[in-house]
Design a binder for this molecule. Sequence first.
Ligand code: ADP
Ligand code: ASP
Ligand code: MG
Length: 422
Amino acid sequence: MALIVHKYGGTSMGSPERIRNVAKRVAKWARAGHQMVVVPSAMSGETNRLLGLAKELAPARADDAYWRELDMLAATGEQASSALLAIALQAEGMPSVSYAGWQVPIRTDSAYTKARIEAIDDTRVRTDLAAGRVVIVTGFQGVDGQGHITTLGRGGSDTSAVAVAAAMKAAECLIYTDVDGVYTTDPRVVPEARRLHTVSFEEMLEMASMGSKVLQIRSVEFAGKYRVPLRVLSSFTPWDIDIVEEAKSGTLITFEDDEHMEQAIVSGIAFNRDEAKISVLGVPDKPGIAYQILGAVADANIEVDVIIQNISKDGKTDFSFTVNRGDFARTVELLKTRVLPSLGAQEVVGDAKICKVSIVGIGMRSHVGIASKMFRSLSEEGINIQMISTSEIKTSVVIDEKYMELAVRALHKAFDLDQPPA
Ligand code: ADP
Ligand code: ASP
Ligand code: MG
């Protein structure tokens, strides 16, 4: 008898009928003798609906008092879906109980809307499991040291599930979603995308951080840190398929020394439309400038991604970087009002219509010429590259948003990702 964590995403929980299917599937696993902890997302569209209501009442603000209420609000989505799943399980004759994050508790820091999990007390969950109940733990949410409800960032239910699996030393964490695994790229953008049977933890980490929303990046970080066996699979298979087959389906995230890894040089392509580019023009080229600009941005708790500084001309240079699109207006405002005057720079300009496209693969470590192949393929499509950033196992480019799909398809083809690896 193993302890298994299942996570079901928004689409998988999207209607009473789908919740009933989830309940039947979970009951099947419980009846096969497993101790089951289930982490559901809110029903699809619900988190957006709730946050939309807040926007109708007042323009978004950047302060804790406001963010606290957003978390209080958004967390209700998962509370509802969790209770509904417990009701559906009970209707299947399976004893079940649901807990909100604060009831477990899942302890987080106080960074509203992007809190980090610090500790999970599993005593209560274990007591219920021992009594033969399926335990449902709300995804996406926790509670800080002062008892305030927090949320973990969009897509955060993945992280809740992996963190619960890590804390409880579960045998496996299964992420059920609306695709049947991790693909070479988003199959909604490239229909020829191929499902990967396995993907290394490092590649998954890069893909997630470069924008593949199939797993939230923090869930992958947790899986790596605590070596949680993690699998992504479909919730849309018939609920009564053979459990042994089901347990082998989808995509397994492997750790580097595991066997059977697919040895492609480039394993996947990720893209991210959620960034915006900001350039500070005419900056004096002298020590301390990067710190003056990016220090102020970091102090405002704004994350910076790709950074470039041009070579200087007549003692002046241009400095560009990307931030989350949601932080765009705030960053421009901050630079104009607080940084520009003391910097002696000429202007701050921004472009929110960009996207970042990345190729990812651990094979890139030992192969040269991969980045240039990427650049050639983009140039053949007439796509201008605005920024480049590389790591050992990925190359990213920032391009005009309108070329995103074209770029992803061209790169998918250029790297033969529609073909199984040799
Ligand atoms: P859930 O609600 O189950 O958490 P998400 O919408 O967050 O589901 O994530 C699943 C989606 O991720 C898929 O529907 C797919 O469009 C998208 N996706 C992006 N990149 C990939 C990829 N490389 N492989 C599979 N799906 C991907
Ligand atoms: N419901 C949350 C969201 O929409 C969390 C999740 O689905 O993982 O972002
Ligand atoms: Mg998700």
